[in-house]
Design a protein around this ligand. Structure first.
Ligand code: COA
Ligand code: AMP
Length: 633
């Protein structure tokens, strides 16, 4: 079947479609009912069925005779290490770690925070949680202690798994002191922390709280401990992943167990066109949804080899790093963020480093996480000579809403479009009043309910927030908070967020959360944060602040303090380095800050004078302040 036929088959009978796909998963109790529209907030997939994700990702491949196949390749230029873990070895690691967790007191349904760098043990920890029915919540290493504490509290974490350090080019991330600070701040106190000591920088363990990973694993092995796969309901949460919301409080996106496996298994073959035994590399981080779906679960469910890369696209050691990894490990499909390619292109525009490697193994490049600019896309196409596929998705969906499904049909690529809607997603574009707009007209991109398997059924302990964040605005639809166009050929064009989320180096950040931090500074009366266009990272946060009257300190001094404050409260990942003092903020007569207009000024774009503006002269003040700092354009 081609794309059109496949999509039509799904649209004609969604339950029949997903029910058939579900046969590719090994269930303990197979689903009797594919979808129950009356369960949960908008219905639940595979209610009544039971299963185990680790069994499907690991055990079944060993049982099928593929124990010697590579499951994980760990490639770390920052520690100069390469390691291959076969499926049989992975089974031994996860069953042993599962037993260690059980012995600490972690049981089915308990939440475990994972705060780890890009090492194979991060994957082992995720799978060990899945094996014993515990719910992991991975926190990206670039977040500060306060963000970690928020997640420990919201998830009600029973235990934490961490490492002694993360390694960023030129500096060490001291996970242990960040974790200790977070536990001090948090109300919930985990019963224990399992710590992977890394040679690059070991850490002190706190007696009575911290346990050494290697020692615990050795002891469990000596005692013959081995955790079997625990039977969980298909509707039980597999994991919680926090993502930026419109306030400082992150949203706990819940992923269910059965639907997650069904959806990911389908995508590996049909979207990515990858076969069991092939090497699939998602150059992202386990802290993001891409890492969950396509470093960890997707490739392993499909019996592929996945790559855990602890390095950067540039600087570890140079812009040829990706090509070296592809050649060394025979990578068939690469998935990364456009930012990574912008960084490589910026340092090796001619592709001289690229020419030094044999990339004949590479079949397709997939890009997601932010809008792909055509220049980068064209550069990648010209230099790699393989199809470059932009596809669009969100933490909430867990897999692509739109793509070119390479395993079904290599439809023509349109630069600037992340492809066509995938089966499961009835994508529509509505105006603000909820009416469908004509093809080719910009509007709110929504997905008609129910969302397909694998998408979030709700937010952790927050059904009402789920409703108010996603379902209430357009009744009967999931609001993506992305604005875009469906063109005459059925291709989507995703243009911008409709909320205060910005995208910095493929990382999703809330300007609202940054404003909350700035507003806490003693000298700041008012503030606003916008996303300013950036040639490398797509966008960069840019803060404006108005000083309280009577404050007589230099603007630059306050700006430097604000930069420090955001780094301390949110983390280095916020990449907040630009703060500008202004006399006033432009507002509407009802007091709404005109962030959109400020953004246009910062990006040197034409703008229409907002009709409801209180005092147009303030826009000149903004331009003047930005101009004085060389920040326009
Ligand atoms: N742990 C701790 N700190 C981290 C981190 C981690 N895992 N990842 C990033 N950081 C830090 C960086 O060191 C940097 O700190 P600095 O301000 O002291 O330099 C800061 O967070 C901002 O990081 P980033 O925006 O990623 O910039 P960078 O300069 O380190 O790297 C790129 C630039 C383009 C090379 C990098 O952004 C990249 O590879 N992006 C790929 C995007 C991606 O994979 N996105 C995931 C979605 S698919
Ligand atoms: P995240 O939840 O971190 O994956 O971020 C999701 C958001 O990133 C989306 O809502 C979009 O705004 C943006 N995004 C992701 N992929 C794309 C893409 N291919 N094109 C345009 N925007 C994208």
């Amino acid at each position: 079947m081609n794309y059109k036929e496949t999509y039509a088959a799904w649209a004609a009978d969604p339950e029949g479609f997903w029910g058939a796909v579900a046969h590719d998963i090994d269930w303990i109790k197979p689903p009797e009912r594919v979808f129950n529209p009356d369960a949960g907030v908008y219905g639940r997939w595979f209610e009544g069925a039971t299963c185990n994700t680790c069994y499907n990702a690991v055990d079944r491949h060993v049982e099928a005779g593929h124990g010697e196949r590579a499951a994980i390749i760990y490639d770390s230029p920052v520690t100069d290490t390469k390691r291959t873990i076969t499926y049989a070895e992975l089974l031994d690691e996860v069953a042993t770690l599962g037993a260690v967790l059980q012995d600490i007191g972690v049981g089915q349904g308990d939440r475990v925070i994972l705060y780890m760098p890009m090492v194979a043990e991060a994957m082992i920890a995720m799978l060990a949680c899945a094996r014993i029915g515990a719910v992991h919540s991975v926190v990206f290493g670039g977040f500060a202690a306060t963000e970690l504490a928020t997640r420990i509290d919201d998830a009600g974490a029973k235990a934490v798994i961490t490492a002694s350090c993360g390694i960023e080019p030129g500096r060490m991330i001291d996970y242990m002191s960040l974790l200790s600070e977070a536990i001090d701040i948090a109300t919930v106190k985990p019963i224990g922390c399992l710590v992977l000591q890394r040679d690059a920088q070991r850490c002190e363990l706190t007696a009575g709280r911290d346990l050494d990973w290697a020692e615990m694993m050795a002891a469990a092995r000596a005692a013959g401990r081995w955790a079997e796969c625990v039977e969980v309901a298909a509707t039980d949460p597999a994991y919680i992943l926090y993502t930026s919301g419109t306030t400082g409080e992150p949203k706990g996106v819940v992923r269910d167990t059965g639907g997650h496996m069904v959806a990911l298994q389908w995508t590996m073959k049909n979207i990515y066109g990858v076969n069991p035994g092939e090497v699939f590399w998602a150059a992202s981080d386990v802290g993001w949804v891409v890492g969950h779906s396509y470093i960890c679960y997707g490739p392993l469910l499909a019996g592929c080899t996945t790559l855990v890369y602890e390095g950067k696209p540039v600087g570890t050691p140079d812009a040829g790093a990706f090509w070296r990894v592809i050649e060394d490990h025979d990578v068939s499909v690469l998935f990364t963020a456009p930012t990574a390619f912008r960084a490589i292109r910026g340092q090796d525009f001619e592709g001289k480093l690229l020419a030094e490697y044999d990339l004949s193994c590479l079949r397709t490049l997939f890009l997601a996480g932010e809008r792909s600019d055509p220049a980068t896309l064209e550069w990648a196409e010209a230099h790699l000579g393989v199809p470059v596929i932009d596809h669009w998705w969100q933490t909430e969906t867990g897999w692509a809403i739109s793509a070119i499904p390479m395993g079904i049909e290599a439809l023509p690529v349109k630069h600037g479009s992340p492809g066509v809607p995938m089966p499961g997603y009835d994508v529509q574009v509505l105006d603000d009043a909820g009416h469908p707009v004509e093809n080719g007209t910009l509007g709110n991109i929504v997905v008609k309910l129910p969302l397909p398997p694998g998408c979030l059924p709700t937010l952790w302990n927050a059904d009402n927030r789920f409703l108010s964040s996603y379902l209430n605005e357009f009744p009967g639809y999931y609001a993506t908070s992305d604005a875009g166009i469906l063109d005459q050929d059925g291709y989507l064009h995703v243009m911008a967020r409709t909320d205060d989320i910005i995208n910095v180096a493929g990382h999703r950040l809330s300007t609202g959360a940054m404003e909350e931090v700035l507003a806490h500074h003693d000298a700041v009366a008012e503030c606003a944060v916008i996303g300013k266009a950036d040639a490398l990272k797509g966008q960069l946060p840019l803060g404006f602040f108005v000083l309280k009257s009577g404050v007589n300190r230099p603007d630059d001094e306050i700006a430097a303090e604000l930069v420090k404050l955001v780094r301390a409260k949110i983390g280095a990942v916020a990449a907040f380095k630009l703060a500008v003092a202004v006399p006033r903020l432009p507002k509407t007569r009802s007091g709404k800050v005109l962030r959109g207009t400020m953004q246009k000024i910062a990006d040197a774009e034409a703008y229409k004078m907002p009709a409801a503006i209180d005092d147009p002269a303030i826009l000149d003040e903004i331009a003047e302040a930005l101009g004085a700092k060389g920040l326009i354009g």
